[in-house]
Ligand binder design. Structure first.
Ligand SMILES: N[C@@H](CCC(=O)N[C@@H](CS)C(=O)NCC(=O)O)C(=O)O
Length: 224
């Protein structure tokens, strides 16, 4: 298997999708910390011209040669190359894509900004904006919860990249949201426990540097 480097930071659920997948497939990989909040590296022209024109993390570097961005693309690539968490056949591939798009846009696509505006933005999010986002989050998590009442994983009996994608912000501490998504969505809660039991699972703060906030530490310890 090639050597992977992942441009990421601990608070990024978007990057967590890729970090988690690398761990689940047993890849050899290293995190490359991006000082997102401090220096705002992702906004520099060096980053945009040299690393990712979209100015985002995650970025996956493969053997120091090739770079991929967009977590759904990264997950698809890793699943194909590892032969793990792969949707089975065209129908499942399209179904995985359908849920990854829904997730990116409407589930974690709202949870990420909500958590950012609550914890990191200065000034914090306007109450009207927070209320709007919370309404969208509740409605879209309810859709995922209903789906997970029917089967143990997003596409059925076994976990795929659709599950890995959906994890993005869902394992971060409840205090960071100010609501308990596990209590509000019991089928999601049971599914999170099933995902957590997969070999290689790890918490975002144990996989990506930058926690505690403002440090380069890996969950309080120097990153190796
Ligand atoms: N759909 C993208 C979202 C990536 C994304 O928005 N990442 C955030 C960090 S959590 C970012 O880099 N944002 C920079 C910006 O929006 O300017 C993916 O899943 O990779």
């Amino acid at each position: 298997m090639p050597d992977y480097q992942l441009y990421c930071f601990a608070q990024s659920g978007n990057a967590y999708r890729a970090a988690l997948m690398l761990n689940l497939i047993g890849a050899r990989w290293k995190p490359q910390w991006i000082d997102f909040f401090g220096a705002g590296v992702q906004r520099t022209s060096d980053y945009r011209d040299g690393i990712n024109e979209m100015g985002e993390v995650p970025v996956l570097e493969i053997d120091g040669k090739k770079r991929l961005t967009q977590s759904a693309v990264i997950l698809t690539y890793l699943a194909r190359h590892a032969g793990k968490y792969l949707p089975n056949g065209e129908d499942e591939e399209l179904e995985a894509l359908r849920w990854m798009i829904f997730d990116n846009q409407k589930v974690n696509g709202f949870l990420g900004p909500y958590r950012f505006l609550k914890n990191f933005a200065k000034p914090p999010g306007d109450p009207a904006v927070m209320g709007f986002l919370k309404g969208r989050i509740d409605g879209n998590l309810a859709i995922v919860n209903k789906r997970l009442q029917k089967a143990p994983f997003m596409l059925g009996a076994r976990p795929t990249i659709a599950d890995v994608s959906m994890c993005a912000y869902l394992f971060y501490p409840g205090e960071e949201y100010g609501f308990d998504l596990r209590k509000d969505h019991p089928a999601i809660s049971s599914w999170l426990d099933r995902v957590k039991a997969l070999p290689g699972w790890a918490h975002p703060y144990d996989l990506m540097p930058g926690y505690p906030f403002g440090t380069q530490l890996l969950n309080g310890k120097p990153a190796a």
